[in-house]
Write a protein that binds this ligand. Structure first.
Ligand code: C5P
Length: 406
């Protein structure tokens, strides 16, 4: 698939700058338009002429240069970009960006950018491990920056360890995985989100800790990618995404009815809801009374219907994507669900760990399909949702291509 994407490559001063020349070549091969910004120290390592020749555009380096500002000012350059990649990102550049300094063109562009920002750090291993660098990296991640690498290995300084910039091919893949505008244009996407509530009596229910944030982020990402979106939502305290058709439900049974009714008219179904696996076998019409004589109370529960598995059984089913939240043996359970529920894709994440999962702003996903898998690193749920939507569109495109050439 050729993707015409505007990539702004910002090169800071490290020996890995030579690898970024190769990155320009790879990105252009994929159909991207690349413009390059260099810091003064980057120009000590590689000549701007190299980047000019490879990108086909003059290199930008000065913040306060009337000629450069006239040709394309820094704000216009930031607006132009679909993605900003800082590669290599030195420890100094990381420190400046994480603290919001804007004393040169690169750091100013970072502040002005509203597009996804990627950073490929490269530095000596001791500098990488220094607590202040790690704090800066964590800060940038918390701000939604996607960090690629660094890798472990031999370093230009003669040491061995973490700090090598990731290979240009790896960086190129990650950048091109980001959704281009409108990658789901013309598609209809059905998403289920949030927890379900299974009533025991008129005042009590069984539920779970799902906040609905991931499902709602997916709905927003799908809308941004140009899709028409139907969101079947359990009870959450989130605002409905503007432009989505929202169906509010409470119980697993209600969610089942809504999803099965809507699935046939959609191209994609993403089951991001934390559906109750069991619900009370009987809902009492009156409040269950506390009995002084009883120290324990046994509830009879019955299995709910598996909405995801039933969607996957429908004739002409949509491209069906499930979620697997696991506390252990993530890959094994995810692959088992992929096969058992006959899914096209499954996005697995850890729960009950320090970061990510239920009710968190951040998450990481390990995504599996029959022939492959991809890791989507820990980042905020909106960015993660955009990456998952992009991956879904990529896999659908791949399958369509295979069908057409079969
Ligand atoms: O089997 P497990 O519940 O772990 O699978 C999780 C996936 O299945 C999620 O995508 C969830 O939305 C879906 N699911 C469902 N109906 C159920 C239970 C889970 O659609 N009753």
């Amino acid at each position: 698939m050729t993707i015409n994407k505007h990539i702004l490559l910002a090169v800071s001063g490290g020996i890995a700058a030579y690898k970024s020349a190769e990155l320009v070549r790879l990105l252009r091969k994929q159909g991207a338009t690349v413009r390059v910004v260099m810091t003064r120290s980057a120009m000590q390592f590689v000549s701007p002429l190299t980047f000019q020749a490879l990108s086909g555009h003059p290199v930008h380096s000065e913040l306060l240069d009337a000629d450069e500002e006239n040709s394309m000012g820094h704000i216009n350059l930031a607006r132009w970009a679909d993605a900003l990649i800082i590669a290599p990102a030195t420890a100094n550049t990381l420190a400046k960006c994480s603290h919001g300094l804007a004393d040169d063109l690169l750091s100013t562009l970072y502040l002005a950018a509203t597009c996804p920002v990627y950073i490929a750090p490269a530095m000596n291993q001791a500098m990488w491990h220094k607590p202040v660098t790690q704090e800066n990296i964590q800060k940038l991640k918390n701000h939604g920056v996607i960090v690629i690498g660094p890798e472990q290995g031999d370093q230009a300084c003669g040491e061995t360890g973490f700090g090598r910039m990731s290979e240009p091919a790896e960086i190129c893949d990650r950048l091109m995985a980001e959704p281009t505008a409108q990658c789901l244009s013309g598609f209809k996407v059905l998403i289920s989100a949030g927890p379900t509530r299974e009533p025991l009596d008129p005042v009590r229910y069984i539920t779970n800790r799902s906040s609905g944030k991931m499902g709602y982020a997916l709905a927003k990402a799908a809308l941004k990618a140009g899709a028409k979106v139907t969101l079947v939502s359990g009870p959450v305290s989130l605002a409905a995404p503007a432009g989505a058709d929202v169906i509010n439900v409470e119980t697993a049974a209600q969610m089942h009815v809504a999803v099965i009714a809507k699935a046939p008219e959609h191209d994609i179904y993403i089951g991001a809801a934390a559906v109750a696996d069991y619900s009370p076998a009987l809902m009492e019409n009156e409040k269950i009374k506390k009995q002084d004589s009883q120290t324990t109370l046994t509830l009879a529960l019955q299995k709910t219907r598996d909405i995801l598995a039933e969607v996957a059984q429908l004739p002409n089913r949509p491209f069906t994507v499930g979620f697997a939240a696991e506390t252990h043996d993530l890959e094994q359970y995810a692959l088992d669900k992929l096969a058992r529920k006959n899914l096209d894709m499954i996005a697995a994440n850890w729960v009950g760990r320090d970061q990510g999962g239920f009710d968190s702003e951040q998450n990481a996903l390990q995504v599996f399909w029959k022939e492959g898998q991809r890791t989507l690193e820990m980042t905020d749920k909106n960015r993660l949702a955009e990456q998952l939507i992009s991956l879904i569109s990529e896999r659908m495109e791949h399958e369509r291509h295979n069908k057409n050439t079969a």
